[in-house]
Design a protein around this ligand. Structure first.
Ligand code: ADP
Ligand code: MG
Length: 239
C-alpha cells in the first residue's frame, strides 16, 4: 500500500486499510482507494472550515487589507503584518485593543478572527454583554452550555466592547474565571474604550481587577487607538 493511503486511512481510523493488509482482486484498486480517500479528506476539510466559521460567530467580515493605517496612525503596517502572521496565537499571547469608539478596534479584532479561522484555529467572538449572558445561563440553557464548551476548546477568544456596559459583581467573577481558565492555553483578544486604570472601577473590585490584569497582561500586546472615529469622519447623510 502507498504511504498516502496508509496515512489517510489512519486519519479516518480505517484499521484494516491503515494496517496495510487490505488485498483486492481488482486491478488499479489502490488508485481507486486513494482517490476516494483524497475526496473524503477534501470534503472533511471543507466541512471543518464551515463548522469553525459557524462556531466562531464573527458578526461581519473584516480584513487586514481593508484596515487603513493612514487613517489610524497609531497602528503601523508592521504591527498589522505581525498580527496577521498569527504566530502570537501559536504562543498564546493576548491582545488588548484600547481606544475611543469608531477607531477600528472591532475591525482589527474581526480581521484577526477571520484570519485565524482560515488558518485552522478554533475561534469564538462575542461582545462582553453577550458573553456574560452565555456564562450566566450555562446551567439553564443547552445552547449556552454548548457555547461554553466550545469557548473552552478555542485557540482564540475575542471579547468585544469590554467597558461599555456596567458589570455586576457576579459578571466580574465570571469574567475573571474565564480569563483564568484561558490563561496560557488560548489567546484572548479584548477591545475596550477604557484603559487598564479604569478596570478596577469597571469590575467594581480592585483586588479582582489586579488579579485579572495580572493573568491577562502576562503575555500580552496592548495597542492604543487614537483620534477621531471612522464613522464621524465618514458620516453619511440621506439628504
Ligand atoms: P471601534 O470598534 O473602535 O468602535 P470599529 O472597528 O467598529 O470601531 O470601526 C467602525 C467602522 O469604521 C467599521 O466599519 C470599520 O470597518 C471602520 N474603520 C474604523 N477604522 C478603520 C480603519 N483604520 N481602516 C478602515 N476602516 C476602519
Ligand atoms: Mg467596536
Amino acid at each position: 500500500m502507498k504511504a498516502e493511503v496508509i496515512s489517510l486511512a489512519k486519519q479516518f481510523h480505517l484499521s484494516v486499510l491503515s494496517g496495510g493488509k487490505f488485498a483486492s482482486r481488482y486491478d488499479n484498486s489502490e488508485e481507486c482507494i486513494l482517490e476516494v480517500l483524497r475526496a473524503e479528506a477534501v470534503a472533511r476539510e471543507k466541512k471543518a472550515i464551515a463548522d469553525r466559521t459557524k462556531q466562531a460567530r464573527l458578526p461581519t467580515f473584516k480584513s487586514f487589507k481593508e484596515f487603513d493605517t493612514d487613517f489610524q496612525k497609531s497602528i503601523t503596517q508592521q504591527q498589522l503584518s505581525t498580527l496577521e502572521s498569527l504566530e502570537w496565537v501559536e504562543q498564546a499571547f493576548n491582545l488588548v485593543l484600547i481606544g475611543p469608539p469608531g477607531t477600528g478596534k472591532t475591525h482589527l479584532a474581526l480581521a484577526v478572527g477571520n484570519k485565524a479561522v482560515e488558518a485552522g484555529y478554533k475561534v469564538f467572538f462575542a461582545t462582553m454583554d453577550s458573553l456574560m449572558h452565555i456564562l450566566k445561563t450555562q446551567e439553564i440553557s443547552v445552547k449556552s452550555a454548548a457555547r461554553v464548551r466550545w469557548i473552552n476548546k478555542c485557540d482564540l477568544v475575542i471579547v468585544d466592547e469590554v467597558g461599555y456596559l456596567p458589570v455586576s459583581k457576579t459578571e466580574a467573577n465570571l469574567f475573571f474565571s474565564l480569563i483564568s481558565q484561558l490563561y496560557e492555553t488560548a489567546s484572548v483578544v479584548i477591545t475596550s474604550n477604557k484603559g487598564f486604570s479604569g478596570w478596577a472601577e469597571l469590575l467594581g473590585d480592585a483586588v479582582l481587577a489586579t488579579a485579572l490584569l495580572d493573568r491577562l497582561t502576562h503575555k500580552c500586546q496592548v495597542l492604543t487607538f487614537e483620534g477621531e472615529g471612522w464613522r464621524i469622519a465618514h458620516r453619511k447623510n440621506i439628504f
